[in-house]
Design a protein around this ligand. Structure first.
Ligand code: NAD
Length: 434
């Protein structure tokens, strides 16, 4: 169910049980969803064994809730599934700081996926294109003869494009079918359609159809989100001047990512910290999304670059936007099979694949700003290491009450913290010399 408010002051101070109760109340979660989240190994043997091959067990990851998101005027509490500390806190922090400017706005494409057919041995590509275009309606009708709820709901093949490419194996004629997948990610439907029409394509233009498969560079299924942050909201000391100087640092950091693939890789990885975490939480194929975002980052600019864009607007505010392929579904795949994915989608309360795409894009933008802000001011390590302190304490061998004492040591420590300094602190704690 959609929630009434995503501002949850003090949420991080509650116990895990209290937080779960609060989110369950807000999102009107059913008993089955609550039980799933309570149960730390929520996939039973039968379900796990159905999902993949050669199953020997399961492995859990935490579900954390990012707060403060308001997207297109609607509040969302957003589930993240990730092993890295500080991701959820950072996304929530920047989502809060754009609330005075109304939160995030999205503008997403229709859920159109591309299916590719690779045809080899076609001599005259211009003539082949003419034949395919002449038979377009017939080919589309064949695709849409698939008995499918997706097509019944207004989805299905909508258009056909052709491309001529040069390769190391020689020229290849490539056909793209454009399929509206409605609320599904759509890979299976698209792949089925490409296989269905392959014999017809060979009859029409000759040659031999080889690969028949979806493209993850879903350039017709872009999600877009944008938001504005005032200098006051980004200020280090509350003054507008400080905020303006922070914004200049952020723009400079963005220009570095825009210009340099080495930096862009890490810049985009930071964005995927949110995108992949929400995707995993909602049972999406996160490899498909990763492939789409990174290939778009290269394709869209002619070189590998940032999938976000940052600029200063005429009011002196920071305006950020993100545009990337977002092939997600609220039916199909694991979204309706994995009990935790079902619970997380219920917490999010999205009603369409496009709405989910917009929410995911907004989290990516917020995450990106959190990284740019930290990197261009104090650096990320101070905040990250403090949130990572519990993991470091456990890795060093701390147990029970030792963990909190080591976390306290890390919080009060001046200068860089390394695993070795945590190990030494634990030794001293046990010798009563800390
Ligand atoms: P799916 O096969 O479960 O198909 C979705 C089903 O839901 C269809 O039968 C459709 O008719 C039905 N449906 C019901 N209500 C619908 C609605 N409102 N809108 C749309 N469809 C509706 O799932 P999928 O989305 O076709 O495929 C996703 C899976 O494919 C993922 O698990 C993914 O990992 C996998 N996959 C990915 C790739 C790739 O990314 N390259 C390749 C192959 C398979």
């Amino acid at each position: 169910m959609p929630v009434d408010d995503s501002r949850l002051p003090g949420f991080h101070k509650l116990s895990v049980t209290e937080r779960r109760r609060k989110v369950a109340e807000m999102a009107l979660l059913g008993a089955a969803d609550i039980a799933t989240l309570e149960n730390y190994g929520e996939l039973d043997e039968e379900a796990a064994n159905r999902m993949i091959e050669n199953v020997i067990g399961t492995m859990s990851l935490p579900v954390g809730i990012a707060t403060n998101f308001v997207i297109d005027g609607k509040p969302y509490v957003v589930p993240f599934v990730v092993e890295e500390s500080s991701v959820v806190a950072a996304a929530s922090n920047m989502a809060k700081r754009c609330l005075v400017k109304g939160g995030f706005r999205t503008n997403n494409d229709k859920p159109i996926m591309i299916g590719q057919l690779q045809v080899i041995g076609v001599e005259d590509h211009v003539a082949a294109e003419k034949i395919i275009f002449g038979a377009k309606e017939e080919i589309i009708a064949k695709c849409n003869s698939l008995p499918s709820t997706m097509i019944r709901l207004g989805g299905g093949c909508k258009d056909i494009l052709t491309r001529s490419i040069q390769s190391m194996s020689g020229p290849m004629f490539v056909i793209h079918i454009l399929v509206d997948c409605r609320d599904a990610m759509g890979a299976n439907a698209v792949n089925t359609m490409t296989e269905m029409i392959a014999p017809d394509i060979e009859s029409l233009i000759g040659g031999s159809v080889k690969l028949k498969i979806l493209s993850n560079l879903a350039s017709h299924r872009l999600a877009r989100a944008s938001a504005t942050w005032t200098p006051e909201e980004l200020s280090l000391d509350g003054s507008r001047e400080s905020g303006e100087s922070v914004i200049l640092g952020i723009i400079n950091a963005y220009h570095f990512a825009d210009a340099d693939p080495f930096r862009a890789a890490t810049h985009n990885k930071g964005i995927m910290n949110a995108i992949s975490s929400v995707a995993v939480a909602c049972g999406q194929d996160w490899r498909a999304i990763e492939a789409g975002c990174h290939s778009w980052a290269a394709y869209n600019n002619g070189k590998y670059s940032s999938i976000t864009h940052w600029e200063v607007n005429s009011d002196g505010d920071l305006h950020g936007s993100i545009e990337c392929p977002m092939a997600v579904g609220i039916v199909g795949g694991a979204s309706k099979v994995h009990p935790a994915a079902k619970a997380n989608l219920n917490i999010l309360g999205v009603e369409s694949s496009q709405e989910l795409a917009g929410v995911i894009a907004a989290t990516g933008l917020s995450q990106n700003l959190a990284a740019l802000f930290a990197l261009s001011t104090a650096g990320i390590q101070a905040g990250h290491m403090k949130l990572h302190a519990k993991n470091m304490a456990v890795s060093a061998g701390a147990v029970g009450g030792e963990i909190e004492k080591i976390v306290e040591f890390v919080h009060n420590h001046d200068g860089p913290i390394t695993q070795q300094s945590v190990v030494s602190a634990l030794k001293k704690l046990r010798e009563n010399t800390l």
